[in-house]
Design a protein around this ligand. Structure first.
Ligand SMILES: Cc1cc2nc3c(=O)[nH]c(=O)nc-3n(C[C@H](O)[C@H](O)[C@H](O)COP(=O)(O)O)c2cc1C
Length: 308
């Protein structure tokens, strides 16, 4: 009897261990063996490893775990070598230059990298913060959007939206969120039947997705994929609001797409026509235009309601 219980215990332990490995196991290989990987994945590994070396200064780990960071430096140098082979413009790429600065400054990162590149903290300015929060309160999801938007305006909006997207906080400096502007009527119409009217009639649409190839070191299903996209989309709609344009964030995730066979067909066609690779996980459609009017504020609950 005792041996049976002990066997059972061992079995349960084994199953739990396997489950843990599946859910929280760290897939170190994600950042190894880059030879066969794409340039996008190689740059991701470069950002990830260089970012960890820099972060070690802030976390006081550089001295206590020096041998491990010495190894990381070698790894970064190797990734740089692979990138130089794949990308002839590597030496002018901002991420490559940033990684070089970190490696050249190592191990005296505080002195040679942080102190020479750091900025001065600003004065606390509560008035500015009050204005910022008022702007947040006054932003609305606008669904009655009109044009025309001039070509130069569209160009500026697209460029600045890429800036808003890329400067969003993102997990491990992955920079995995991707955006595709949609201007052509025939491309917008591909969304008929899957999304609401404003998602195919607005003067300008942004399809937002995430490059799933850059995730998977923690588990096969990394929540940060969705969090990174949300942070980027939030910054885009705040930018659009700041210039007086109307926009609305519209869900366009796999859960919605997979609810009906018809949706799957529509998405496949959209994907084909717009050249969206399978590794891009769809997240949202942002509808953009001049707001016909600002809709009434959807009331929010009192602050106590949001407190845990
Ligand atoms: C993740 C997410 C998905 C959304 N999806 C849609 C959508 O599919 N269609 C839509 O009309 N609005 C969508 N919205 C907008 C919300 O309905 C809107 O933000 C909410 O009602 C609050 O209104 P406000 O943005 O004007 O404050 C979405 C917002 C978020 C954050």
């Amino acid at each position: 009897m005792i041996s049976l219980i002990s066997k059972l215990r061992k079995r349960i332990k084994k199953i739990m261990l396997r489950q843990n490995q599946q859910t929280i196991g760290y897939n170190a290989e994600k950042y190894e063996n880059l030879e066969g990987k794409s340039l996008v994945e190689s740059y991701n590994a470069l950002r990830h490893e260089a970012h960890r070396i820099e972060k070690a200064v802030y976390n006081d780990l550089l001295i206590s775990k020096k041998p491990s960071f010495d190894n990381k430096v070698l790894k970064v140098k190797n990734i740089q070598k692979i990138i130089r082979r794949k990308d002839y413009n590597a030496s002018t790429n901002p991420v490559y230059i940033w990684s070089e600065k970190i490696i050249n400054a190592y191990p005296n990162l505080q002195q040679n990298f942080i102190d020479v590149n750091k900025g001065c903290p600003p004065q606390v300015n509560l008035k500015k913060g009050q204005q910022f929060v008022t702007d947040l309160e006054n932003r609305r999801s606008c669904r009655i959007l009109k044009g025309p938007l001039s070509n130069s305006l569209i160009e500026e909006i697209i460029n600045l939206s890429y800036e808003a997207l890329k400067w969003a906080p993102n997990s491990g400096n992955r920079q995995a969120v991707r955006m595709k502007p949609i201007i052509e009527e025939k491309e917008k119409r591909l969304l008929i039947g899957i999304k609401e009217k404003h998602c195919y009639t607005a003067p300008l649409l942004f399809f937002v997705g995430v490059d799933s190839r850059l995730y998977g070191a923690l588990s096969d299903f990394e929540e940060c994929m969705y969090l990174d996209a949300s942070a980027a989309i939030t910054q885009i709609i705040l930018y659009l609001n700041s210039v007086g344009l109307g926009s609305s964030w519209n869900h366009f995730g796999l859960d919605l797409i997979k609810t009906r066979n018809e949706n799957i067909k529509i998405y496949k066609k959209f994907q084909n026509k717009l050249d969206i690779p399978d590794y891009i996980i769809p997240i949202a459609i942002i509808a953009i235009g001049m707001p016909e009017y600002i809709p009434p504020k959807p009331a929010r609950m009192p602050n106590e309601y949001f407190s845990i």
